[in-house]
Design a protein around this ligand. Structure first.
Ligand SMILES: Cc1cc2nc3c(=O)[nH]c(=O)nc-3n(C[C@H](O)[C@H](O)[C@H](O)COP(=O)(O)OP(=O)(O)OC[C@H]3O[C@@H](n4cnc5c(N)ncnc54)[C@H](O)[C@@H]3O)c2cc1C
Length: 334
């Protein structure tokens, strides 16, 4: 276990913010984590678990302890003719795991290629992209409760997954994920209903490797290069509105892209809403909206966490005033 004081979080957040934390602890095992949980802490001292920091916005220095897992390993725990169950350490890199599985011929996560972050956060966040969601392949999640200081194993049902959400995100009791067990397919069923994937694969053999290549190529074209512009991917989630609200908007904005969740609820494109009300041109200090994708806020030039959050608020109020829709940040503020 490594403990650092007055530690810079620059390497631990993809917005490239040079904020600090009073204490930073990196643990190697479940036993280490148990020790951290059992340590007496002043009730006023906050504690927070991070992964790779690709969905977090640090507003100020953190006056408490940030913990990070260094639990590694990919272990086959069960397999039959059709499925394979893999137990993976929370700090394994998500995309390296996708690459490993694709090369082995195990399907179910290939559409989630190139999403930054770690295994623990994948199950916490219910990551999703191009028609796939982690909720479809999570078998169980191993986690420790900060309150009871004991380990619990959650089944997929107990994780209560929904769009970019989970039991862990919503629960008042805080849980730290140590391992995730994924159930992957030995005979993959491809998800190809996205137009860009279809056109990339036109004339090519449909297999896991080519789908991964397609997703990587599409993402590299539409997302900013993380080494140049700090960002956290989509800053807001796509909002859900009721059908009556949608019908009213549709009269004025006939080309509004949407997806019918059921006969009462419609999911609307947050990027389209931002673009329509002119949000793409906005900036605050060194923070601005990425020119190729309205949903991505970038650290263009030495932005502070405050710059990024004020820009986000400005965009939220533009969308609210124009469409009566409240955008919800996907990014967690700290
Ligand atoms: C360029 C870019 C593109 C992106 N594209 C997508 C995309 O297509 N789809 C998508 O869903 N997301 C996307 N994201 C968001 C991000 O990659 C995911 O949310 C990812 O799962 C975050 O992983 P992380 O390890 O960086 O977690 P962090 O950002 O460090 O943490 C995210 C949350 O998870 C919690 N957490 C982390 N590890 C643990 C743990 N072990 N136990 C308990 N809680 C934990 C944290 O407390 C925090 O609340 C993108 C981000 C970027 C920068």
């Amino acid at each position: 276990m490594n403990i650092y004081k007055n530690y810079s979080l620059l390497k631990h957040n993809t917005f490239h913010l040079n904020t600090k934390t009073h204490k930073f602890i990196e643990y190697e095992s479940e036993e280490d984590l148990q020790k951290i949980l059992e340590e007496t802490r002043s009730p006023n001292e906050p504690i927070y678990h991070i992964g790779h920091g690709s969905n977090i916005l640090f507003l100020n220095d953190f006056k408490g302890t940030i913990i990070h897992s260094n639990i590694k390993g990919i272990e086959i725990i069960k397999e039959d003719k059709t499925h394979i169950l893999l137990k993976v350490g929370a700090s394994e890199d998500w995309d390296s795991f996708v690459s490993y599985c694709v090369n082995k011929g195990w399907g179910g996560i290939e559409n989630l290629s190139l999403i930054p972050g770690e295994i623990g956060a994948s199950a916490f966040q219910n990551i999703g992209a191009y028609g796939a969601e982690i909720s479809n392949v999570v078998e169980e999640v191993h986690a420790y409760s900060l309150t009871t200081k004991t380990k619990q194993i959650f089944s997929n049902k107990e994780c209560k997954y929904s769009y970019r959400n989970s039991f862990f995100k919503e629960s008042k009791e805080i849980f730290y994920i140590t391992y995730v067990v994924y159930r992957l397919l030995k005979t993959p069923q491809f998800i190809l209903n996205h137009d860009k994937i279809k056109s990339y694969l036109y004339g090519k053999e449909i297999n896991l490797i080519n789908i991964r290549k397609a997703i990587i190529a599409i993402r590299q074209l539409s997302l900013p290069n993380l080494k140049i512009f700090g960002n956290a991917g989509s800053f807001f989630t796509n909002p859900y509105i009721c059908i009556d609200h949608y019908e009213k908007l549709k009269k004025q904005y006939y080309n509004m892209p949407c997806y019918f969740v059921d006969n009462k609820i419609v999911k609307v494109s947050a990027a389209w809403l931002i673009e329509q009300c002119g949000g793409k041109k906005e900036y605050i200090g060194g923070a601005s909206v990425y020119e190729k994708h309205a949903l991505i806020l970038i650290n263009k030039n030495n932005a502070t966490g405050q710059d990024i959050s004020i820009l986000a608020e400005k965009i939220q109020s533009m969308v609210k005033n124009t469409f009566g829709i409240k955008l919800k940040p996907e990014v967690s503020y700290l």
